[in-house]
Design a protein around this ligand. Structure first.
Ligand SMILES: [Zn+2]
Length: 378
C-alpha cells in the first residue's frame, strides 16, 4: 500500500529526520476516513488552544518584544554608523550587523505583517509591512507572489514563486534540466548569496514592469504602487550607498563593496532558512495543486526543522515551524511552537505522517540531496 502522500521524489529514506508512523499498512477506506477525522480533530484542537486560554491569534508579548528589538537593532545600528567615528573595517562590521538586522526584520516582522498576523488592525499590519520596502523589497509584490503565488501552490512547478530561480537552479523534477545543474549542489553555496539582490534589483521589477508571472499577469497594479516600489528602491540605494559615501567620506567603491558583502551574507542566511522546509528530496513535488486537498498538500510538500531549538525559534520567524505556518498563516509566529506540538501529537495519534528534521543541519543535508538528485537526472 502506497503512502497517501508518497509520489515523485517523496520516497522516504533513512536520514536525520523523524516522522510519525506512516499509514502504509491501512486500506484505502480507512486512510480516507482517518485522514478526514484527523483534519477535523486537528482544527478543533488548534482552535481550542486559543479559545480555552483566551489568547489572541495575533501578537503576544513575545512578538511585541521581537518587533521592538528588531526595529531598535536596525535603526540603532544605522544611526551608530554616523554617530561613531569609525575606520573602514569598523564601518564594514557595523554595516553587516545592520544588514543582519534587515534580515531579522524581514523574517520576524515583514513576513507576519504581510500575512496580517501581527494585529487585528489593518493599519498596524500595513504599517509594519513597509519594513520590507525600507529594505528595498516590495511588500505589495511580496503579498501577491508569496501569499498567492506560494501559499496555495507549494512545490508546484510553474506556479510556486519559491521555486523560480531564473533557470540557474533546478528545484523541481518537472523543471527543464540544463548541464550546469550537475553542479548546483556546489554553486548553491555561492549563488544563494545573491538572493536578496535578486529581489531588490530583478524580481520585483520584472513582475512590476514585464508582468511575466501568472500570479501578477492579470493584476491591475495601481499607479501608487509603481511609485512606491520604484521610489523605495531608490531610497534604499540612497541610504545604503549614497549617504555613507557623502557623509562618512569613504570611497564609493568601498561602500559598494560593503553593500555587496552584506547582501551576500543576508542572501545566504535568508535562503538557507527559507529553502529548507519545502525543497527537500523527502518532500513531494505535485504537478498541480489539485492532486491533494489543501491540508494534504501541506503535509506532502513541507517538513519542519529544529522546532525545539530556542535559537531557531528566535531567528527564523516561525519558518522552522513551516507546517503550522501553512495551516495558520494569519497567526503570529510566536504561537507556533505550542501549535506545532498539537500538530505532532494529533498526527501521531491518527497515524498521519508529519516530518521534521531535528536540526537545521539535517534540513540542509536534505536540501543538498534534492539539488544533487535533480542535477543528475537518470
Ligand atoms: Zn508565508
Amino acid at each position: 500500500m502506497r503512502n497517501i502522500w508518497q509520489n515523485g521524489l517523496g520516497v522516504f529514506q533513512s536520514g536525520p529526520y523523524i516522522c510519525c508512523k506512516t499509514i502504509r499498512e491501512m486500506d484505502t477506506a480507512s486512510i480516507t476516513k482517518n485522514n478526514a477525522e484527523f483534519k477535523e480533530v486537528l482544527f478543533e484542537r488548534l482552535n481550542n488552544f486559543f479559545k480555552e486560554s483566551g489568547r489572541s491569534k495575533k501578537a503576544n508579548w513575545e512578538m511585541t518584544l521581537k518587533v521592538t528589538l528588531a526595529l531598535v537593532w536596525w535603526i540603532g545600528s544605522l544611526a551608530l554608523l554616523y554617530i561613531l567615528k569609525l575606520n573602514y573595517w569598523q564601518f564594514l562590521l557595523l554595516y553587516i550587523f545592520q544588514g543582519l538586522g534587515q534580515i531579522f526584520m524581514f523574517l520576524n516582522i515583514a513576513h507576519d505583517a504581510n500575512h496580517s498576523s501581527i494585529s487585528k488592525k489593518r493599519l498596524v499590519n500595513k504599517s509594519l509591512s513597509y519594513v520590507l520596502d525600507a529594505c528595498g523589497i516590495s511588500s505589495y509584490m511580496w503579498r501577491v507572489m508569496h501569499n498567492q503565488g506560494h501559499h496555495s501552490v507549494m512545490n508546484v512547478y510553474g506556479e510556486d514563486e519559491g521555486i523560480i530561480a531564473h533557470g540557474i537552479f533546478r528545484f523541481s523534477p518537472h523543471a527543464p534540466w540544463k548541464k550546469m545543474h550537475r553542479f548546483q549542489h556546489i554553486y548553491v553555496f555561492f549563488l544563494y548569496g545573491i538572493a536578496s539582490l535578486d529581489f531588490v534589483f530583478v524580481k520585483d521589477l520584472e513582475y512590476l514592469l514585464l508582468k511575466n508571472n501568472k500570479h501578477v499577469h492579470d493584476v491591475k497594479i495601481p499607479l501608487s504602487e509603481y511609485i512606491t516600489i520604484i521610489g523605495s528602491k531608490i531610497l534604499y540605494l540612497f541610504y545604503m550607498i549614497v549617504l555613507p559615501t557623502v557623509l562618512l567620506g569613504f570611497p564609493l567603491w568601498k561602500v559598494i563593496l560593503a553593500f555587496l558583502v552584506t547582501h551576500f551574507i543576508m542572501g545566504l542566511a535568508a535562503s538557507w532558512i527559507i529553502q529548507t522546509a519545502h525543497l527537500l528530496e523527502i518532500n513531494q513535488f505535485p504537478k498541480t495543486k489539485d492532486e491533494h486537498d489543501f491540508i494534504d498538500h501541506i503535509f506532502a510538500t513541507t517538513t519542519d526543522y529544529s522546532t525545539r531549538s530556542r535559537i531557531a525559534n528566535v531567528i527564523c520567524g516561525g519558518l522552522n515551524h513551516h507546517v503550522i505556518h501553512h495551516i495558520y498563516p494569519h497567526v503570529a509566529h510566536t504561537h507556533y511552537p505550542k501549535l506545532t506540538k498539537i500538530v505532532k501529537e494529533t498526527a501521531k495519534e491518527f497515524g498521519i505522517e508529519y516530518r521534521e528534521n531535528r536540526t537545521m543541519y539535517g534540513a540542509m543535508v536534505h536540501h543538498l540531496r534534492l539539488l544533487k538528485q535533480l542535477g543528475n537526472p537518470a
